[in-house]
Design a protein around this ligand. Structure first.
Ligand code: MRU
Length: 361
């Protein structure tokens, strides 16, 4: 089994960027820490190394993390291909527990591992060998990947309808091909609007401290021949006041049952500014990003990363030695500031409690 089908779907949709590969039982990740300076692929054959890649940001973006975790668990199953029954499941449970801890905020990680765990449990019950379980899981991980990219394209089609015919569209972080199976959620909607023939000027916030906007969003758009303008994170208010922004589209790491949206730090302030300027604030995310068991955003665990990430830029220290740091990497935008949530199953509108319940019923 290989990833040919994903490459074909992405190419047909006009995306030339796919952040992962699966070939001959090995998983490969495009090292996103090095982009755009260097395009380096890293090969993975062990589940724990895949978990490490997620923690260390080789791959990032909620859906991409979910797909990566799924293939990481396929590698876990291949490691245990000589085991059967209870012994196989003991190994599986240990690796699954390790994998879900790789990063805490994006629910897609847990969702993907749980989906594979259910398939593994059923396969083991039928008494097949570990090797055969691994084959079933490989097919399931491929299905997660294929569903993701097809879902993104559908989101792009649905979300395009919410974007004015001629518009400046602001996005934050990278919710594009690099953050997903190869097309994008927020950037998918922007790609969809461009494909629909709309006159779109794309603005990408640089997104400190990892610069997912200036390094990644800009790289993938330029690669796919789309014009993009980079802004410093602090520019959103003025750009809105000047009338240059007519819609905001962002992705999400987890959406609570009441419609509160966790996304990259800085998203909340953009949403507040959008409301102040009467600009639609649109969230695009697959159903796998909605956590129906999380009643509101208050309980979403916000990842905290090392302070080094904010006192240095590209390896050069910029802050005085001895400063304290607070490096919270996501925030929660309250549902009341969200104009619409675009999923592959339809566009959710407020009040989100009932629309989310309907989606899962
Ligand atoms: O820390 P990151 O780069 O993993 O954060 C990514 C984001 O916040 C994205 O906006 C989100 O995961 C949606 S990706 C389709």
């Amino acid at each position: 089994m290989n990833d040919r089908i994903i490459q074909d779907i992405a190419a047909e949709a006009g995306s030339s960027v796919i952040p992962m590969r699966w070939e001959k039982g090995c998983f490969y990740l495009l090292d996103q820490r090095l982009l755009p300076a260097e395009e380096k692929w890293i090969k993975y054959t062990r589940a724990r190394d895949v978990a490490g890649a997620i923690t260390d940001m080789v791959v990032r973006g909620a859906p991409a993390i979910g797909i990566t975790a799924a293939f990481g668990m396929v590698l876990a199953a291949r490691e245990a291909s000589g085991l059967e029954g209870r012994e196989f499941l003991e190994h599986w449970d240990r690796e699954a527990a390790y994998m879900v801890k790789a990063r805490p905020t994006a629910v897609n990680l847990k969702w993907a591992v749980q989906r594979l765990s259910r398939v593994a449990a059923v396969a083991v019950q039928t008494g097949v060998t570990g090797r055969e379980v691994a084959e079933v899981l490989e097919a399931e991980a491929m299905a997660i990947w294929e569903d993701d990219i097809r879902g993104n394209i559908e989101m792009g089609r649905l979300g395009a309808g919410l974007i004015p015919e001629s518009a400046g569209v602001l996005t934050h972080c990278n919710a594009g091909a690099l953050a997903t199976g190869g097309y994008g959620t927020a950037l998918g909607v922007i790609r969809g609007a461009v494909t629909a023939g709309k006159n779109i000027k794309i603005y990408a916030e640089e997104t400190r401290p990892w610069f997912q906007g200036s390094r990644l969003t800009a790289w993938e758009l330029i690669r796919d021949k789309m014009e993009v303008t980079i802004l410093v994170d602090n520019a959103a208010g003025l750009m809105m006041k000047l009338g240059k922004i007519n819609a905001v589209v962002v992705g999400s790491d987890r959406i609570a049952a009441n419609g509160d949206v966790a996304n990259k730090i800085g998203t909340y302030q953009v949403a507040v500014l959008a409301r102040r300027h009467n600009i639609p604030f649109i969230v695009a995310a697959p159903v796998s990003t909605i956590d129906p068991d999380m009643p509101s955003g208050d309980a979403i665990e916000i990842e905290k990363r090392a302070g080094d990430e904010i006192v240095s830029v590209c390896g050069t220290r910029i802050a005085a030695k001895g400063v304290k740091t607070e490096n919270l990497v996501f925030d929660v935008t309250p549902a009341e500031l969200v104009t619409a949530i675009v999923t592959e199953k339809g566009v959710l509108e407020p009040p989100y409690g009932p629309s989310v319940r309907k989606l899962f019923s």
